[in-house]
Design a protein around this ligand. Structure first.
Ligand SMILES: Nc1ncnc2c1ncn2[C@@H]1O[C@H](COP(=O)(O)OP(=O)(O)O)[C@@H](O)[C@H]1O
Ligand SMILES: [Mg+2]
Length: 331
């Protein structure tokens, strides 16, 4: 048996009822792999049932920025937002990208997950939002033990922000304004959202160029997708016209569990190429790394989980930084 996987057996599969048509229409968005930069398939099918692709190792960058800002959003908790933010960030950093992680969840799991103790800090993302005249974004950036990977931490204080921001002018754009000064210094800014679609998440969507939606491969995965997509469209229409849905990431997949295979198939049937080719399998290593306070790239660098997030990083860079003409597409 694969030591890297968790056994998930038992249970019947209830019907996942979703009205697909409006969702498919809603998800006709940029972000899918453009037709002219298709990578050579390697001749077999991947777990998503599509031709397996190998994404090239990203070319080194001589200069950094301007950053692409991505919000990791799903109003459901426990779907892998924080795990993805940390490990995707660490993988992008491994490929030479400069990455800033923003902890935008008062639970502070991302902050703890990269080994920062929020309680010892004078200022966190909360102070950045509440007192922008006193606290600038550079005051709240901390280096992590991964080279190229920085973090803006959060503490439980942030739970007061939704209420406190309600009476602010342009309250949806406070994060966007706060991040502006450093966008030229990073290649990616990843915002780890809390499990709600409240004012903090709207601030993240207003600051973002793209949304990444982690989706757990389980019975009720697709519940709530319509309300999430509607929220994204409202932000697009009213506040941030450049916002796109960059991709849906299937997480906690287990190929030995029939219902997880079925859920993945449904997600692909409904969302097509918006679903990343990279799928994150279920593995016990992730809960372990949360406790260790370090990305999986450090904790278990050769594990399947670390490889999966490297693959996601390659796929993401490939989608966003199309190859120079003449570059071989498969390493
Ligand atoms: N691929 C995975 N396999 C197994 N456990 C995972 C995986 N991804 C995340 N987890 C665990 O599931 C829990 C919830 O993940 P987390 O990233 O915190 O979700 P969210 O931020 O969406 O609430 C955590 O304990 C995490 O360690
Ligand atoms: Mg989280």
């Amino acid at each position: 048996m694969d030591e890297d996987a968790v056994d998930m057996t038992g249970g019947t599969t209830p019907e996942v009822v979703v009205d697909a048509a409006p969702l498919q229409e809603a998800l006709e968005i940029p972000g899918a792999v453009p037709a002219e930069v298709v990578v050579e398939p390697v001749g077999e099918l991947d777990v998503t049932g599509r031709p397996a692709l190998v994404f090239p190792i990203p070319a080194p960058k001589a200069h950094h920025g301007p950053a692409r800002v991505l919000a990791l959003v799903n109003q459901k908790g426990g779907v892998g937002k924080t795990t993805t933010t940390i490990n995707l960030g660490a993988s992008l950093a491994e490929y030479g990208r400069r990455v800033l992680l923003i902890d935008f969840d008062p639970q502070g799991a991302l902050t703890a997950g990269v080994g920062v103790n929020a309680y010892g800090l004078d200022n966190t993302v909360f102070d950045l939002l509440m007192e922008p005249e006193r606290v600038g974004v550079r005051d709240v950036i901390h280096a992590t033990s991964t080279p190229g990977l920085d973090v803006v931490p959060a503490s439980i204080d942030l739970s007061a922000a939704e209420m406190a921001l309600v009476n602010e002018v342009a309250r949806e754009q406070i994060l966007a304004r706060a991040l502006h000064p450093i966008l030229g210094e990073y290649d990616y800014v990843l915002i780890d959202c809390q499990p709600s679609l409240g004012l903090l998440t709207v601030n993240a969507l207003a600051a973002a160029d793209g949304v990444v939606i982690p989706l757990e491969c389980e019975f009720f995965a697709l519940r709530g997708m319509k309300i999430l997509v509607d929220t994204i469209h409202k932000v697009q229409a009213r506040i941030n016209p450049r916002l796109t849905i960059d991709g849906i990431l299937a997480t906690m997949y287990d190929s030995r569990t029939v219902h997880r295979q079925e859920v993945l198939q449904r997600v692909i049937d409904q969302f097509g190429d918006t679903v990343y080719r990279t799928v994150i399998s279920q593995t016990i290593k992730f809960p372990e790394t949360s406790v260790a306070g370090t990305p999986i790239n450090d904790y278990a660098p050769t594990s399947k989980g670390a490889e999966a997030y490297r693959s996601l990083a390659r796929e993401m860079v490939f989608r966003e930084e199309p190859l120079a003409p003449g570059t071989p597409s498969v390493p």
